[in-house]
Ligand binder design. Structure first.
Ligand SMILES: C[S@@+](CC[C@H](N)C(=O)[O-])C[C@H]1O[C@@H](n2cnc3c(N)ncnc32)[C@H](O)[C@@H]1O
Ligand code: SF4
Length: 344
């Protein structure tokens, strides 16, 4: 049931196509920069969050997402910060679900740390959410606490159980951290695949100042993969999600294992996605700082004309690819913004 806006039947708008011929069909929206965890690779412990007035209201987020759907976006992922700590978040999910029933959207999904899933899993499923990504880097409670600083493993595991019980397919995302969880990937793999969940391992990205050296965390996935290959048969498969993950089938478990290596350029050619922050800033590429402000046109008028024009103009500037580097001399991140701003 839509509680915010009436169904807007799409105008005969052309799909969003960038200068390199890539159709933009996937939008990731960070609905808040706040979080109930402080993962060491993502945030400093004493983060300063955005003033509330800068953050889009739920109604504005709905309008923004709907404008993208009207322009051909077929998949919407809510992320953050932690999307499920945003007050009233289910109002937004429920409202956006009208695009699923109306056929404008193929998928409405979210990436979450799992801390609130016990509370929301059933409602998410009732809104038409079919799959979610849950971030979990270790099954060791002490390590989990050390990585997330504020998180509790049992709560997250109970959340994952609740999600599965509600019929949601769960994919586990684990960030590979040198010297922290590097010896745990077979345990995570057996656990995830044993429960019918895909596992994706993510290479740590140099985003935002987190108060610790990036070089200390960086663990190339080529090493992770080579180590796993000593114990498992990894068969390349053609499974594509339109994203940066490369998937293999693990013969011994029958499950799918993905590797996301954003520091290589292996996925820019097929990039179909853009990201918008909770303040309405559109990033056309995760690895570039060029951005477009959508909040001003959104707030400037009730109609979506200015907003739509700003979206089209921004997509025309989507770059061909990114340029991630960890600045080794100064040990600085290549991009100053945090992952919690764009949501990964
Ligand atoms: C920013 S979080 C937002 C959603 C939610 N709070 C969560 O943790 O799933 C999205 C994903 O980005 C990952 N992430 C955060 N900082 C990262 C970094 N510097 N490098 C690689 N992945 C990162 C997280 O592990 C998580 O899987
Ligand atoms: S990775 Fe997700 S859970 Fe961890 S601090 Fe960042 S936003 Fe929060």
């Amino acid at each position: 049931m839509n509680v915010m806006n009436p169904i807007r039947v799409n105008a005969d708008r052309a799909p969003l196509v960038d200068p390199f011929g890539r159709t933009i069909s996937y939008l990731r929206v960070s609905v808040t920069d706040r979080c109930d965890f402080r993962c060491v690779y993502c945030m400093a412990e004493n983060m300063t969050f955005l003033p509330k007035a800068d953050v889009l209201s739920l109604e504005e987020l709905d309008r923004l997402c709907s404008a993208f759907v009207d322009q051909g976006v077929r998949k919407l992922r809510l992320t953050g910060g932690e999307p499920l700590v945003r007050r009233g978040i289910m109002t937004l999910v429920s409202s956006l679900s009208r695009h699923l029933s109306a056929g404008g959207l193929d998928e409405l999904t979210l990436t979450t740390n799992g801390s609130q899933l016990e509370k929301y899993a059933a409602e998410l499923a009732a809104c038409g959410v079919k799959r979610i990504n849950v971030s979990l880097d270790t099954l060791d409670p002490d390590k989990f606490r050390a990585i997330t600083r504020w998180g509790d493993l049992d709560t997250v595991r109970a959340g994952i159980d609740a999600a599965r019980a509600a019929g949601l397919a769960v994919k586990i995302n684990a960030v590979a951290l040198k010297g922290v969880n590097e010896d745990e990937f077979s345990v995570l793999l057996e656990w995830a695949h044993g429960a019918g969940m895909d596992l994706t391992i993510i290479e740590v990205m140099p985003l935002g100042d987190i108060g610790e050296g990036r070089l200390d965390q960086y663990l190339p996935l080529s090493i992770v993969r080579a180590r796993l290959a000593e114990h498992y048969t990894l068969e390349d498969i053609d499974y594509q999600t339109g994203g940066p993950a490369r998937y293999v089938r693990v013969a011994e478990t029958g499950g799918r294992l993905g590797f996301i290596t954003p520091l290589t350029h292996n996925f820019c050619e097929s990039c179909n996605r853009v990201r918008v922050t909770c303040t309405g800033t559109l990033f056309m590429c995760l690895g570039q700082s060029d951005a477009a402000d959508l909040r001003a046109p959104l707030r400037a008028s009730q109609s979506n004309e200015l907003l739509n024009a700003a979206i089209v103009e921004a997509i025309a500037r989507k770059p061909k690819g990114h340029d991630f580097i960890i600045d080794r001399r100064h040990k600085r991140p290549a991009l100053a913004r945090h992952m919690s701003m764009t949501g990964g």
